[in-house]
Design a protein around this ligand. Structure first.
Ligand code: PEP
Ligand code: MG
Length: 585
């Protein structure tokens, strides 16, 4: 049989093989069915019943999801309930029925078209994408006008889900049932809700597979390779075998990696280091610790805002922070206040477009301007600090005045909490991120004002080398081992040590074995990274002698270019500790 290979974007790693289950997007009726004026009242009642049915279903999905994977993914259904209760939306549907004497199906489809057009004109990509939520709610009401079993619920046995797109409610219901082996979609991206959910649930997923729904039929055999972003339709036996062995290798590799989790984090000569996790979702905490994290080195709290369509309340923040703090047990948790503004718009607020967003009202600059929002977050972090392992971290500080302002605000919030008799840790450790060259240059001044430092090398490199971190045209210049970066990092780490303050590197650099060795050579102990890289870094650092690496790095930092540094490091480390770059034990 002919087989077809399709390339897409792998958004959730892993490999699965199985039979296709196609889901179809509910098609809004295009048939205009009129009714007589005396039927209007009945039609409105039919609509009303459908809305009530939809509400019950949404509440059920929401609480089912809360039980399975926690409250955060359930946020989306809170938003759907709000859409359902939106007067403008539902009155719009009703007035079409009344004025045009038509069936509710037609009124819904007209309303859907109208909202789709409005959303299409919205510049902000995040808000534009929320159109799928409106679509989701309307399609549910539409289905519930004449309820039958929904397509997504017909699945039986283990299947590979193929669809043009998965609405959040479909993703949540299908993926959390445990019978979906993998997902293959025509649309979507790394941060789409389905991708996030698939990763949290360990379901391999590939998106961006154009025309896949037209290339398969129910019952076809499919291989989904979420690691390499590939899908094969009706593979020949040889290819199937190849993938069975690839899957075995992948699974073995995962098991092998997990083994390092229980091993000590020390170099051969006993120098202790602390691998920690950068996370965006509370669901990642368990996985982080199972991979050997010694703490949550960075919680990028802006994801709380980016996941929900309503502004999160203090309680929403508190619930998330306390869940992370509790699950981390004794281990430290560093909660970074939101890093939004610039390109990362807050979906719930209109933020003006800036000519130079990376240099604009971003991170702490934004928070210090939007004080009410900032104080809500600070209150929640402080309340969660009653768990005692919570640290508060402020991104993109440029000058000492910002630290002074932060302290004043923090003190005001503490005073409020004292008055309200709310428990919190009065001595919550306060730290700042060194991400701006100016802050790097005055580390000696800043460090005296705070309890610890965290170096955000992703931004520090971008600003230091004047290279946009997400622009592929200049990515050849983005070099973590550039001598300018190395001198700066050495100086920050040494300054922190001089003042006896903890310093962490939490940029991607900490997850790269060669760079991590350079950082170790500078005496760094705290490395925070995407949890999936922790085993790799642990393996590398455990394979070397700290004293040897220190000597090698002393010389490397005097070299003239990133390339020279890399070549020298590789040569010397491989000569002394060849196993540092090998994955298998
Ligand atoms: C960094 O800049 O290195 C960092 C960790 O922060 P983010 O990647 O969230 O900007
Ligand atoms: Mg940053």
């Amino acid at each position: 049989m002919e087989y077809i290979r399709l390339r897409g974007i792998g958004v959730s790693p892993g490999i699965a093989q199985g039979k296709v289950h196609l889901t179809e997007r509910i098609i809004f009726t295009s048939r205009k069915e009129t009714i007589s004026p005396d039927q209007i009242e009945k039609e409105l009642e039919r609509l009303d019943r459908s809305v009530k049915r939809t509400k019950t279903q949404l509440v059920e999905i929401k609480s089912g999801l809360e039980k399975k994977i926690g409250t955060e993914h359930a946020f989306i259904f809170e938003a759907h309930l709000m859409i359902l209760e939106d007067k403008a939306l539902m009155n719009g549907v009703k007035s079409i029925i009344e004025q045009e004497s038509v069936r509710a199906e037609w009124a819904i489809s007209q309303t859907h078209d109208k909202y789709t057009k409005i959303f299409e004109t919205i510049e902000d990509e995040y808000i534009r994408e929320r159109q799928t939520d409106v679509s989701d709610v309307l399609s549910k009401i539409h289905t519930n006008l004449a309820p039958t079993v929904s397509k997504a619920q017909e699945i039986d046995g283990e299947k590979i889900l193929v669809a043009h797109d998965l609405l959040p409610s479909e993703a949540a219901t299908c993926l959390s049932r445990g019978d979906i082996l993998a997902v293959a979609l025509e649309t979507g991206g790394q941060t789409s809700h389905t991708a996030i959910l698939a990763r949290s649930l360990n379901i391999p997923a590939v998106v961006g597979l154009r025309n896949i729904t037209r290339s398969v039929k129910i019952g076809d055999t499919l291989i989904v390779d979420g690691t390499d972003g590939e899908v094969i339709i009706n593979p020949a036996t040889t290819i199937r075998r190849e993938f069975v062995s690839k899957k075995k290798k992948y699974d073995d590799y995962q098991r092998e990696l997990k083994k390092t989790a229980t091993l000590e984090s020390v170099t051969l000569d006993g120098y202790e280091f602390y691998p920690m996790a950068n996370i965006e979702l509370p669901e990642e905490v368990k996985q982080a610790f199972s991979l050997g994290a010694k703490g949550i080195g960075l919680f990028r709290s802006e994801f709380i805002y980016l996941q929900s369509s309503a502004l999160p309340t203090e309680e929403d923040h508190f619930r998330i922070y306390s869940r992370i703090a509790e699950e981390a047990g004794e281990a430290p948790v560093y909660i970074r206040t939101i890093d939004v503004g610039g390109e990362k718009n807050l979906p719930q607020m209109k933020i003006e477009k800036e000519p130079n967003p990376a240099l604009g009202l971003r991170a702490i600059r934004f928070s210090l301007q939007e004080r009410n929002l900032f104080k809500i977050q600070l209150r929640a972090i402080l309340r969660a600090s009653a768990f005692n392992n919570v640290h508060v971290l402020f991104p993109m500080v440029t000058e000492i005045e910002e630290v002074a302002e932060i302290k004043i605000l923090l003190e005001e919030v503490k005073e409020d909490l004292r008055r309200a008799d709310q428990p919190f840790n009065d001595k919550i450790p306060l730290g700042i991120m060194i991400e701006v060259p100016a802050a790097a240059a005055i580390t000696d001044l800043l460090v005296q004002e705070v309890d610890y430092l965290s170096i955000g090398t992703n931004d520090l490199i971008q600003y230091f080398l004047a290279v946009d971190r997400s622009n592929e045209y200049v990515s050849y210049l983005y070099k973590p081992l550039h001598p300018a970066i190395l001198r700066t990092l050495r100086s920050i780490i040494e300054t922190a040590r001089k003042y006896n303050k903890t310093v962490t590197v939490c940029g991607e650099m900490a997850a790269d074995p060669l760079s991590a060795l350079v950082l170790l050579g500078f005496g760094l102990k705290h490395f925070s990274m995407n949890p999936i890289f922790i085993p790799r870094i642990k393996k590398t650092l455990r394979a070397v002698q700290f004293a040897t690496v220190q000597k090698i790095v002393q010389k490397a930092v005097t070299l003239k270019s990133a390339q020279e540094v890399e070549e020298y490091m590789l040569e010397k480390i491989l000569a002394r500790h060849p196993e540092a770059f090998l994955m298998s034990s």
